[in-house]
Design a binder for this molecule. Structure first.
Ligand SMILES: NC(=O)c1ccc[n+]([C@@H]2O[C@H](COP(=O)([O-])OP(=O)(O)OC[C@H]3O[C@@H](n4cnc5c(N)ncnc54)[C@H](O)[C@@H]3O)[C@@H](O)[C@H]2O)c1
Length: 324
């Protein structure tokens, strides 16, 4: 298949590219490089363009016939979305609407969409499955839920086939391919732990040590970017045989607390992690862990990385010598 990878210069999108190549698919990256990196794209052709400009999209669809689109491009800072909700709706919702319109003009009928655990809002159960209410508590999550709704409507009206993959916390790297996580600002725990070990950044903060969890710190579900890429490939196959709009959680099913991540990083790297404990952040639930039973059953997906130390080891291999 020829696949257009929107946001393929970003963290998760770039980790999709070796997977697509290994599966024999041809990828073309469409990215405005707003948070992505040219170096992350490797050998794949890169078309620089902005989703919110229909002309940019029409040009890329006119250049080649695509069988499917994978859509990673978004802004994804929750706190920023609270401060600038209209910018987030413009970028993530209207931008995706323009993509869907351009796909329709070009006759492309398959989409894999990067959704998020943030569509669920405050968890009402220890493990979140897809039957959990969609009740986002910030504009970032609300925008992703709106896109999922558009996809459901487009499936009914036009027969657009789609799979929304609701990632929990993406983590890890592909050091062999020379790619890893590089965000500015970096809000994710594992890269910030590794930076703190290298004496970089503003110092690691643990937000809240008084949650009702096993050690008082927040518990999250970390899923390796290789496993995310494998789920996207499985989603392409799934859409071949099953029409409609589908949504699946992607997590590794086990939660790790902030202190467990810090301890695992200490064990992997062999260095102490300096940190301070700060107040809880508003809107941070105590536990966010996925049930990925549906993805296992329907997509035949099995995360290869279930051990947090193994995930951190790949991230460290990248962070000790990042190329961008
Ligand atoms: N990182 C996570 O843990 C996580 C968790 C859940 C969901 N997600 C979702 O996964 C996707 C990828 O996340 P990421 O961490 O790789 O983010 P990222 O910022 O590293 O990558 C996003 C990419 O999209 C590009 N982009 C942004 N706006 C664009 C536009 N208008 N036109 C063209 N390109 C544009 C950026 O330049 C970047 O290369 C996002 O949709 C995010 O919401 C990420």
């Amino acid at each position: 298949m020829r696949v257009l990878v929107c946001g393929g210069a970003g963290y998760i999108g770039s980790h999709m590219l070796p997977g697509l190549a290994a599966a024999g698919h041809q990828a073309v990256v469409f990215d405005d490089l707003s948070t992505g990196h040219r170096e992350a794209v490797g050998d794949a052709p890169l078309v620089e363009g902005d989703l919110s400009r229909p002309g940019d999209l029409d040009a890329v669809f006119a250049g080649a016939r695509f069988d499917a689109v994978m859509h990673f491009a978004a802004r994804s800072l929750v706190a920023e979305s609270v401060r600038e909700p209209l910018a987030y709706y413009e970028h993530n919702v209207a931008g995706t609407l323009r993509l869907l319109q351009a796909m329709r003009r070009a006759g492309v009928e398959r989409l894999v969409f990067s959704s998020t655990a943030a569509v669920y809002g405050e968890p009402r159960s220890a493990e979140i499955d897809e039957a959990h209410p969609i009740a986002p508590i910030n504009p970032y999550g609300a925008g992703k839920a709106m896109v999922e709704r558009m996809l459901a409507d487009a499936a009914r009206a036009y027969g657009l086939r789609s799979v929304s993959l609701r990632y929990f916390n993406a983590a890890g790297a592909d050091p062999a391919a020379g790619i890893g996580e590089s965000h500015d600002p970096e809000t994710h725990l594992i890269p910030n732990v590794l930076r703190a070990m290298r004496g970089e950044g503003d110092g690691l903060k643990v937000y809240g040590a008084d949650y009702p969890t096993r050690d008082g710190t927040c518990v999250r579900d970390y899923v390796h970017v290789h496993d995310l890429a494998a789920a996207h490939l499985a989603a392409l196959d799934y859409m071949d045989s099953v029409p409609g709009a589908h949504a699946f959680n992607l997590g590794n099913g086990g939660g790790f607390s902030v202190l467990e991540v810090i301890e695992a990083a200490r064990a992997v790297v062999g260095r102490e992690v300096p940190y301070t404990v700060d107040a809880r952040r508003p809107g941070d639930p105590a536990v966010l862990v996925a049930s990925s039973a549906l993805a296992r059953e329907r997509l035949g997906w099995r995360p290869a990385y279930t051990d947090i130390g193994a995930i951190i080891a790949t991230a460290w291999a990248w962070h000790r010598n990042p190329r961008y």
